[in-house]
Design a protein. Structure first.
Length: 375
């Protein structure tokens, strides 16, 4: 999902509302248009983000220093460069002209490129944006209905009422199941959203674990990578992405098209809820189990390779209020080997006959136990 416009005021698409865009200067290419075409040709869903709201104050620092931010001929790029805070330390609120321009720009790239996802950064939650948020949502959802295409808006914090758009938690997670669908956006790099020297990359293992935890709580993971200036993906990032893909090739059945179960999981490791907490938790263990459900089957995923070749799932113990039906079968995804398993008051104990088929989390398909899924 590319950035249609960041808070630097430069549109990466063919805008009729500003000369400061990638078609008229710079690369002289319709970056968003080209990416939209490439994404769709490869069978993927195209979305784009807008950070335009923060542009109201983004260049305010340039007003305090000798710079070209103050030159009238560059007003179309730098915008108002207003102070973010007033003298009373309240947020500075955009004026009607700026808000109308924000609405026009956002509607323009939706109309031109028909993204199925529009991701907004945090500052549109300012009260003065509220009627303009509603106008945009009505325009976007109505146009999508005319296109016959499903769409969604991503927002942060309280910018939209629950159920009207998809909550996004930046670089963080939730610690419980959310009844309405939500999303995490995070980066493959712990310190950056772009390509930098001396990166500190997350491991494929830790990203897979976060993905499983998020899906078990009715969420989705939006993962950012940082290409080089020439558009190539660094080899180390490729290796991480391929590692995630290898895990999904074996265990994707436990992720794709699933719904949350009655509880998201069990285990000793606590997820720290909230934004910018994606590196706060310790590594998950084999005792940390997450559940998903689909087509009458339950998937139980141990978030690390089991020690001693054995997994005990306490939530599936005899007498558990979550799983009153008998268990008929237990299979390990990616393996055709038969499993020895037993159920007692302590839990469902599964013995692994050989090393798991993947290096990371291990997924089991269990049926039937009653899905009890969030609708």
């Amino acid at each position: 999902m590319p950035v249609a416009e960041h808070h630097d005021g430069f549109a990466m698409y063919d805008s009729t509302l500003s000369e400061w865009n990638a078609v008229k200067m710079g690369p002289r290419r319709d970056v968003i248009g080209r990416l939209a075409g490439a994404v769709r040709r490869n069978g993927m869903v195209f979305g784009a983000s807008s950070h335009r709201a923060e542009h109201w104050w983004f260049f305010e620092g340039g007003m305090q220093l000798p710079s070209d931010v103050k030159e009238p001929r560059y007003a179309g790029l730098y915008g108002p460069a207003s102070p973010r805070k007033t003298r009373y330390e309240d947020e500075s609120q955009p004026d009607p002209a700026y808000l109308e321009d924000w609405l026009g720009r956002t509607a323009e790239f939706v109309e031109k490129y028909r993204p199925q996802l529009v991701w907004f950064d945090w500052w549109i939650e300012q009260p003065v944006f509220e009627p303009y948020r509603r106008k945009f949502a009505a325009f976007y959802y109505n146009r999508a209905a005319e296109w016959g295409r499903g769409v969604a808006i991503n927002y942060k914090n309280d910018a939209f009422p629950a159920g009207t758009a998809v909550l996004d938690v930046e670089r963080g997670q939730l610690d419980t199941i959310r009844p309405t669908f939500w999303q995490t956006d995070t980066s493959i790099d712990k310190r950056s959203w772009g390509y930098i020297r001396n990166p500190d990359y997350k491991t494929a293992d830790s990203i897979v674990d976060d993905l499983i935890d998020i899906v078990s709580k009715n969420g989705a993971l939006l993962l950012n990578i940082g290409p080089r200036a020439d558009g190539t993906i660094p080899e180390e990032q490729q290796k991480i992405l391929l590692g995630i893909g290898d895990w999904l090739a074996v265990n994707g059945e436990a992720i794709y098209g699933t719904r949350p179960w009655k509880v998201y999981g069990e285990g000793p490791t606590q997820v720290v809820a909230g934004s910018f907490k994606d590196t706060a938790r310790p590594p998950f263990t084999a005792q940390d189990i997450r559940f998903t459900a689909k087509d009458g089957a339950l998937y139980a995923i141990a978030l690390a390779r089991p020690i001693g070749g054995k997994v005990v799932i306490k939530s599936l113990a005899e007498g558990s209020p979550h799983a009153k039906q008998p268990i008929r079968s237990v299979h390990m995804l990616g393996s055709g080997a038969p499993l020895k398993w037993s159920r007692s008051a302590d839990g469902l104990t599964i013995e692994l006959p050989s090393p798991p088929p993947t290096d990371y989390a291990v997924a089991f398909k269990i049926s039937p136990v009653g899905t009890g899924m969030v609708k």
